[in-house]
Design a binder for this molecule. Sequence first.
Ligand code: NIG
Ligand code: FE
Length: 390
Amino acid sequence: MTSTLITNIATLVTNDPAHGDGAPLGLIESAALVIDGDRVVWTGRAQDAPAADTVHDAAGRAAIPGFVDSHSHLLFGGDRTAEFNARMSGRPYEAGGIRTTVAATRAASDAALEANLVRYLDEALRQGTTTFETKSGYGLTVHDEARALEIAARHTDEVTYLGAHIVSPDYADDPAAYVGLVTGEMLDACAPHARWVDVFCERGAFDGDQARAVLTAGKAKGLIPRVHANQLGHGPGVLLAVELEAASADHCTHLTDADVDALASGSTVATLLPGAEFSTRAPWPDARRLLDAGATVALSTDCNPGSSFTSSMPFCVALAVRDMGMTPDEAVWAATAGGAAALRRTDIGRIAPGARADIVLLDAPSPVHLAYRPGVPLVSDVWRHGRKCR
Ligand code: NIG
Ligand code: FE
């Protein structure tokens, strides 16, 4: 194994509270770090850095952990340009638009689905995402859900079974039978390829009882729950997620005080997806309220062809700072360590000895620039698993 010293880093975000003044980002100024193989083995002040086989001069850039995008839907065919156009002319966003993508996804070959996935992964990597979760949910047959997960598992460990995205159009007259399929034969076919089970608990998708049935069946098969909760209106999703000890409740756009209290006192991470509010012109989730209550907040793209067609974590950071009451430091933490927490991972989302060497250099001296310079492609260098890939 060869070691690499990255030095002359203006500001290093470690997310390691051992550094800095105890603030969550664990900042080190005038810093360096050493990678050996796929791991970080040293962090500290540049003047104290040990020797390494090769040296990379960061030339005064900031370094942050690679972004952890803990919520995306990248196994799909087609796009929904027409729906977006209609929405920007005043039409509301509805869960039913998913059916358009279901038809296009079923019609796509395995090779086309995989090529599409790889295209968006490359796009995300260029913007600093080194770990991503992705879901099924646009197949809604046993075959189409299982093949989506099989393809996803070739590219990430963080694969989520979302057979319960909407009731399949084939079961429009018998939603109970579809829930039976999702919790039975479809789950049996999908569970071997997935780590997580998810459900869209929302008006127009699945109610609280149906969502509970999906999540408990998934749990019985060894999958860990995460929930699409309280996106389009108030509902039972968040409380159900906390009750079932889901890793994450995602969206959290419409929350009661009881929802906020539950997230603050339980282990479930609140994952906010500002790309969805941006692209549906919905009200912003109130990150400030969640943080002040003591909840753990993650930020993620929700990249999908309907409600949020962005793969850009820097864009989500900028929106969260501008419109959701987060400070730049809180947003950067939420997009890195927060995503790791939502995926129950301790090896990513931080730059510390023993962590995976997923490192991003920014063409800026400080991570604050991610929000301060919105829309600017600041990601200049990326190491993933210790390999420089950009
Ligand atoms: O997270 N909310 C449900 N699923 C996606 C939307 C999917 C779609 O519109 O195709 C979401 O926003
Ligand atoms: Fe989603």
